[in-house]
Design a protein around this ligand. Structure first.
Ligand code: CA
Length: 219
């Protein structure tokens, strides 16, 4: 899952990015509202983490513009402004949730997972497909009551594929979702992770649609 973080405070931004990467999210980070709007116009994200007090363009304006363009990605506002009127304004402008700084990183990650769940139309925190159960919150994958140990990237890739079992994902799209800017991606990285998943889940669990991409085997 790929997130855009908009935060002008270097220390807070670094802590959030590091914490969420540890949770397996790909996090791209911009420092001002104008850059956020530019990036949101051209790239696709699963969720927006938005500070309100930002240089060049306020977070509220970024949010209003995003919704005006018809973009429906979940938006979580993270801000030091704890005044009630700011929260109301943010939610009324189209934010989905609100967290007041300072906050706990575990809580932030849990709220993000909840928003992503809602976005995908799922209520249950578990994804199940052909006997494989993925628990996003606990970072665990189970089959036949046994845990299957995956690397963080393998886990993120499997989650991507299991969330949309009918969809074929191209290598480029997988790379885009798995890696943030500036993260070095080996040219065969996706193939390596696919290979790892097949070794652990069975060769036919993930299908390669020649020239198109990858999907999980249909039920
Ligand atoms: Ca700020």
């Amino acid at each position: 899952m790929r997130l855009l973080l908009v935060e002008d405070d270097a220390m807070i931004g670094e802590a959030i990015r590091a914490g969420l990467r540890r949770e397996g999210f790909a996090v791209d980070w911009v420092y001002d509202g104008e850059s956020a709007s530019q990036v949101l116009r051209t790239e696709e994200f699963d969720l927006l983490l938005l500070d309100l007090g930002l240089p060049r363009k306020g977070g509220l304006q970024v949010l209003t513009d995003t919704r005006a363009r018809g973009q429906e990605l979940p938006v979580l506002i993270i801000t030091a402004r704890d005044a009630v009127c700011d929260r109301i304004q943010g939610l009324d402008a189209g934010a989905d949730d609100y967290l007041v700084k300072p906050f706990d990183l575990d809580e932030l990650a849990a709220r993000i997972r909840a928003l992503l769940r809602r976005k995908s139309g799922r209520i249950a925190p578990l994804v199940e497909h052909l006997g494989v159960i993925l628990d996003a919150a606990a970072h665990r994958v189970m089959r036949d009551g046994r845990e299957i140990a995956l690397s963080p990237r393998e886990f993120a890739l499997l989650q991507l594929l299991m969330e949309r079992p009918g969809t074929i994902l191209s290598r480029a799209r997988i790379e885009e979702r798995l890696y943030g800017w500036g993260e070095e991606v080996e040219s065969n990285a996706v193939e390596v992770h696919i290979h790892g998943l097949r070794r652990k889940l069975g060769a036919d669990y993930i299908l390669n649609v020649r020239g198109v991409g990858y999907r999980v085997r249909p039920a």
